[in-house]
Design a protein around this ligand. Structure first.
Ligand SMILES: Cc1cc2nc3c(=O)[nH]c(=O)nc-3n(C[C@H](O)[C@H](O)[C@H](O)COP(=O)(O)OP(=O)(O)OC[C@H]3O[C@@H](n4cnc5c(N)ncnc54)[C@H](O)[C@@H]3O)c2cc1C
Length: 384
């Protein structure tokens, strides 16, 4: 049976990032097998995230903005995001860039194969891919599917459909993405659109919901069409590309280290921020920490501060408010950006704020619904 130092199961965002960070570390000469059933040669997603300064993928960013538009109920306009930048990275550019980089390492094998099984053994992580048994000291798994149906947790979905459109008239301001536009019918949910301009006549328009039930394709498309008609002066337009995605917004307990030789990464490892669905930047940060630990101690364990686990409580409270419809979501996001600078909100969502800063953000939220949500979350935790 073939044995590797590391097998990376799943070569999507987390798997490719993991391989990339290993090549940036003293472990760059180790034998690595990267497995994915897809060849990752399609532009199947677009990542947006905020970041201070330059990041490792600066050279392949598709767009990079220093301000964003927000349209809420009583606040509407341009937001100054301080020294953060709102960045956009296309899936295809990321996949191609990392694959090209990895091709320079003869010790890294990339194989297109279906992973049938991943199992812990006393000798290491055991993988069956296309019916071939394989072993590794560590298996980094981004293919594990989270179980999102336990009623003890909040299990919302962030789901969206997007169109890249090319318009007849120049109508987009290339310097101003619309990060959240709540000027769409809420139907008691959290619904918003966002607009990521590529140039004056081309943009990605997404219609997004945070709730428990997917819409029909026709419903997403009707909402997109209506938004474009009502809020963009496009003239006629042509749909060039489409994107659809579902991201878990769940406080289901996840395990990064389910056993000694298996490490879960990306969405599978709980790297998605439950209250926002943002995953890209958190995965990058966590993988850098994992690789650093592996290089320094020989073991891939991130140090997790107990004090930081308070952010999980905040996420659960927020999900509870949304799931129980305790307060209109458009008003809630408006309050958030009305009373806090966007830079402070980004810092809070990155879990980099102090307790005092957390409390200031929380204080800007409606007190009664959030207190009720806090008690409901604590009750669930005590009962489970
Ligand atoms: C359309 C879309 C847009 C998104 N936009 C953003 C965004 O703007 N910002 C943000 O922060 N997050 C975003 N996300 C969320 C998150 O960043 C992405 O889902 C990200 O790709 C998650 O990375 P991952 O490696 O965990 O999963 P994936 O990238 O999905 O990688 C998992 C890989 O495992 C492979 N695989 C699964 N099962 C098997 C098997 N049995 N055998 C072999 N291979 C297998 C899959 O082919 C896939 O390549 C978006 C998600 C989607 C779907």
């Amino acid at each position: 049976m073939k044995k590797y130092d590391f097998i990376i199961a799943g070569g999507g965002m987390a798997g490719l990032s993991m391989a990339y960070y290993l090549t940036q570390s003293p472990l760059r000469d180790r034998s690595i097998l990267l497995l994915d059933r897809e060849s990752k040669n399609r532009n199947d997603r677009t990542w947006c995230f905020w970041e201070r300064g330059e990041g490792p993928f600066e050279s392949i960013l598709f767009r990079n903005w220093d301000r964003v538009e927000f349209h809420g109920t009583t606040l509407s306009g341009l937001l100054n995001i301080g020294d953060y930048r709102y960045k956009m990275l296309r899936g295809i550019d990321f996949y191609a860039h990392i694959q090209e980089h990895l091709a320079r390492f003869p010790n890294i094998e990339i194989r297109q194969a279906n992973i049938n099984r991943i199992k812990e053994t006393a000798q290491g992580g055991f993988v069956i891919a296309d019916d071939e048994p394989l072993m590794a000291d560590y298996v980094f798994d981004s293919t594990f599917a989270l179980k999102l149906d336990d009623p003890d947790n909040h299990n919302l979905l962030q789901h969206f459909k997007g169109w890249v459109i090319r318009t007849e008239k120049p109508c987009f301001n290339v310097d101003q993405p619309r990060m959240m536009d709540f000027r769409v019918a809420q139907h008691g949910d959290c619904r918003f659109a966002y607009v990521l301009p590529f140039d004056a006549q081309t943009a990605l328009i997404e219609f997004t919901l945070f709730n428990e039930t997917l819409l029909t394709d026709a419903d997403y498309e009707a909402a997109l069409g209506q938004y474009i008609t009502q809020h963009l002066d496009t003239g006629t337009y042509q749909i060039c590309e489409t994107e659809f995605g579902v991201i878990p917004m769940s406080d289901v307990p996840t395990q990064e280290n389910p056993s000694e030789h298996i490490v879960r990464i990306g969405t599978a490892g709980g790297h998605t921020k439950a209250s926002t669905g943002y995953t890209f930047q958190r995965t990058q940060r966590y993988l850098r920490e994992l690789v650093q630990s592996l290089a320094q101690t020989g073991k891939p364990f991130r140090q997790k501060s107990l004090f930081k686990s308070r952010f999980k409580l905040y996420d659960s409270i927020f999900l509870n408010v949304l799931q129980k419809h305790r307060y209109p979501a458009d008003d809630m996001f408006t309050l958030l950006y009305e009373h806090n600078s966007p830079a402070q909100v980004f810092k809070f969502l990155d879990e980099d704020t102090s307790l005092g800063e957390d409390l200031r953000v929380m204080w800007s939220m409606p007190k009664v619904p959030f207190t009720m949500a806090l008690f409901d979350v604590l009750r669930r935790k005590l009962l489970s």
